[in-house]
Design a protein around this ligand. Sequence first.
Ligand SMILES: Nc1ncnc2c1ncn2[C@@H]1O[C@H](COP(=O)(O)OP(=O)(O)OP(=O)(O)O)[C@@H](O)[C@H]1O
Length: 316
Amino acid sequence: MDNKLKIHLLVNEVAGNGRAKKALKKTTALLINENINFDLRKSTYAGEAIYIAQEYGDQKHSPTEILLVIGGDGSLNEVLNGIKRSQNPKTPIAYLPAGTGNDFARAANLTNDPKVLIDHLQQEFKPERIDCGTFIFPDIAPNKKYYFANSFGIGFDAFVNHNSNISKLKKVLNHLSEGKLIYGCNVLATVTKQDTFIVDIEKNGQKFHFDDAFMVTTTNHPYLGGGLPLLPSAKIDSHKIYTVVVEKFSLAKLIKLFINLLKDGSHVNDPQFHYFETNKVKVTTIKKEYAQVDGEEIKRNIFNINFSVSSFNLLR
Ligand SMILES: Nc1ncnc2c1ncn2[C@@H]1O[C@H](COP(=O)(O)OP(=O)(O)OP(=O)(O)O)[C@@H](O)[C@H]1O
């Protein structure tokens, strides 16, 4: 068997407003310098990394071959889904975060230094099982599974995400590396626009009904929107997912909650903040709402989703 490390780079150069490009440059210089064999694929359009990863997972690889993804949370999401759809869904993924928000890397405590990552991969390549979330739309495609590394949000957070993506401010603030600030500004800009909606939650046979939900987000870890600790107690290695429901509040209360969220996480004690820790949960809405999965916008819709916890193999 060939024991020499071979790295297959899969890069989204658009990620992180230039950060992924820089990280790629640093990584390839390092690989050349250390005489490590590698090849390079770049995604040329949104969604292509799913197919590239699936194709990679469909092939047989020696244990010394490593798929290394460079990009943000959206890129990781695509690769995760591609690998899971492939013939070898346990194919490990190595990931160098180079996006805007990098919430997964924050939660999993991953390095963004290519040297640290490559040095570690050279020393050992023992994949670790890491939690992710999975979901199906039982009414539309009961056999088609989708995966998320971070969260699936409906309502306010998705609306903020939508506004962040189209915001001119994003470009300016991205250059200042202030993902949190972009999100914070858009939180304030969106709060008066988001209507309430009905949400039904079903968990282990128990049903919960909310008439005036503002957002319902199922998450794999604490962070949202580039480092905001929505649910500080969520653990990425708990083999659980967490569904957070926030009910409508005033602008004044939002500001208070937002300060508490940044200060000490005490926003979770508010009576309008609810969360469910589980390995399986059903979330139903009855009005068209914005939605996001791992920070990528999905079509505004009415949702009936079955979520559960899953895992993937991560090399770090
Ligand atoms: N060549 C490309 N041209 C345009 N978009 C692309 C291309 N390759 C990938 N994408 C898309 O770029 C989007 C953003 O990528 P990604 O989420 O990785 O970066 P980010 O938004 O900067 O980081 P984060 O999600 O961590 O905030 C993804 O939706 C992905 O599908």
